[in-house]
Ligand binder design. Structure first.
Ligand code: SF4
Ligand code: SF4
Length: 233
């Protein structure tokens, strides 16, 4: 089926109007999604990204992230309704579902446990979807040394979610750029428990340090997309 370019353009315009900062499109094999997808045919997705500012005090970050997650979910729902009004199926996925059997952390956006995909429990199905990887494939960013999704424009100060659909979309291109983490180790230095190394992330150390809320240090330290210098310590 050829791509519905007209719908794709209209969605981009609508998302912008609703407050979404960036949008990407992709195609995902059904096998990646584990069990049943609640519609037939090919599965496409829309990645949505909302950025948050640099000026928020550290104590407000968690609260602000949650507010933006709610906003982004509402945008995904409105876009899904628009897609459905054109005769296609669309399913908005939650930003944050606390279904991890180990830690009850968020799986997308900021969380370090997004090695695991989002799980959406339906009546007869469990969908597995990783917003972060979807966003990378759709050209919205790359995975930093910190394990965070890093947008070239906003750095790791972003929330992402996705919707899946059978509307045929032309996938947007993956970013082609030098990997900035090659020459940076700010998050490595900032992590208070040494959870980030050049070899990967030790999630158990991060979890032990962060407890029920995140420590945000790796996010705050990342220079990508930052327009201001961080305040002196
Ligand atoms: S402990 Fe803090 S700085 Fe280290 S990886 Fe976890 S969230 Fe990032
Ligand atoms: S702080 Fe540096 S190394 Fe860490 S994710 Fe950001 S750019 Fe990459």
């Amino acid at each position: 089926m050829s791509a519905d370019a007209s719908l794709q353009w209209r969605l981009m315009a609508l998302a912008k109007t609703l407050g979404c900062d960036e949008l990407g499109f992709g195609h995902v094999p059904r096998s990646v999604l584990a069990k049943e997808v609640p519609f037939k045919g090919e599965v496409y997705y829309v990645s949505l990204l909302k950025a948050f500012g640099e000026d928020l005090p550290e104590q407000k970050l968690e609260e602000h992230w949650r507010r933006l997650a709610i906003l982004l979910e509402s945008i995904a729902q409105q876009l899904s309704r628009h897609i459905a009004s054109e005769g296609y199926k669309a399913l908005p996925l939650p930003v944050d579902v606390r279904l991890c059997p180990n830690c009850h952390y968020h799986y997308s956006g900021f969380c370090h446990l997004f090695e695991m995909p989002v799980m959406v429990k339906g009546r007869n199905s469990i969908l597995l979807f990783d917003h972060r990887r979807a966003a990378v494939e759709a050209g919205l960013g790359f995975i930093g040394k910190s394990g965070l999704l890093i947008s070239p424009k906003y750095g790791p100060r972003v929330v992402v979610t996705s919707l899946i659909t059978n509307a045929p979309f032309q996938p947007t291109s993956k970013l082609l750029m030098p990997y900035p983490c090659e020459t940076c180790d700010e998050c490595v230095k900032a992590c208070p428990v040494g959870a980030i190394t050049n070899e990967g992330i030790d999630y158990s150390k991060c979890l032990n340090n962060s407890g029920s809320t995140r420590c945000w240090m790796c996010l705050l330290a990342c220079p990508i997309g930052r327009k201001k210098q961080p305040p002196p310590k």
